[in-house]
Design a protein around this ligand. Structure first.
Ligand SMILES: [Fe+2]
Ligand SMILES: [Fe+2]
Length: 311
């Protein structure tokens, strides 16, 4: 007869623990998805005209806010810049979401198709499909162009989304989701903002809260269970992702498109204390969490600091 030792029980519990926990988290997220999911085509009035005198993005969240250049700009030019930045951020959001969809598909490829965890991942992919279409419609409605990230980062992400490890994928996901989410939480209640933009950001905030939860729980598990090299690699790749993220955040073409000097605008944004504060506040909830689970160490931490997102 085999004797079951304390150690066996502990090993079994450790092996089952994270997975059972994973199923419970996914079950709750599926319940919430069933209750609070939106069809942007039906939910929002896409035929309503653009409102005069309303912003496409809160001015304080516009990159040049409170810089010497901003003070010289007319109100009309500021609002124009806000409209282009909203389109630039929505384009960035679509880029992230398309990457995320592929990461999620890769994540579930080897997992049980009947598990809650996989069912929830598929639900999230469906959310992101609706979001990307919604953002694209918003860009068109604002009559701004779709802003692509620089070619080199577009191609870098092509490699990342194909080969990244599971914890690396979820860390990048959080980076893409949490900072934009922080801005959107300030946007949807703001009465100075276009009704359509408020509607778009409200839908996104509600549905995104689940995505953040899913990614956080999985990353937390992964930082305990993944092999050491993978944990190290996650710290490094997450720091690099933060650096790329801060470079790509607002496409500098927006400045040219509203008649500003691109180099001067970029330099002023870089020197802006207000902007640094906005970006660091937006990232704080995420950096606190990453610090907590041990992602912000060593070279990774230095990369985070060089991105300007971590004080
Ligand atoms: Fe989304
Ligand atoms: Fe998302």
């Amino acid at each position: 007869m085999t004797t079951v030792t304390e150690r066996d029980i502990r090993l079994l519990r450790d092996a089952l623990g994270p997975l059972r926990d994973r199923e419970q988290v996914a079950e709750r997220l599926l319940e919430s998805s069933a209750k609070h999911s939106f069809d942007p085509d039906k939910e929002l009035d896409w035929d309503a005209p653009i409102e005069d005198g309303k912003w496409f993005w809160p001015p304080e969240l516009v990159s040049l806010y409170d810089t010497p250049l901003w003070r010289k700009m007319s109100e009309e030019q500021r609002m124009d810049l806000a409209r282009h930045e909203a389109a630039s951020l929505a384009s960035l959001g679509i880029w992230f979401e398309i990457i995320l969809m592929q990461l999620l598909v890769r994540h579930i490829y080897d997992k049980s198709v009947t598990s809650n965890h996989v069912r929830y991942a598929l639900t999230e992919i469906a959310d992101e499909c609706r979001h990307s279409m919604m953002f694209a419609k918003m860009i068109q409605k604002g009559e701004a162009p779709a802003y692509q990230v620089p070619r080199v980062y577009h191609n870098m992400a092509r490699v990342l989304k194909t080969v990244s490890t599971t914890p690396g994928s979820f860390a990048a996901t959080l980076l893409g989701e949490e900072i934009l989410d922080w801005m959107q939480r300030l946007t949807f209640p703001d009465e100075r903002v276009q009704t359509l933009v408020r509607g778009v950001t409200r839908i996104h905030v509600v549905e995104e809260a689940r995505h953040v939860r899913y990614a956080r729980e999985e990353l937390r598990r992964q930082m305990v269970t993944a092999p050491r090299w993978e944990q190290e690699f996650t710290r490094l790749s997450c720091g690099e992702a933060a650096r790329v993220f801060s470079v790509c955040f607002v496409n500098p073409q927006v400045y040219e498109n509203v008649g500003l000097d691109r180099r001067e605008a970029v330099a002023q944004v870089r020197a802006s204390g207000h902007r640094r504060e906005v970006m660091q506040s937006g990232a704080r909830r995420l950096t606190d969490f990453l610090d907590d689970i041990g992602v912000l160490r060593g070279v990774g931490r230095r990369l985070w600091k060089s991105s300007g997102l971590l004080a």
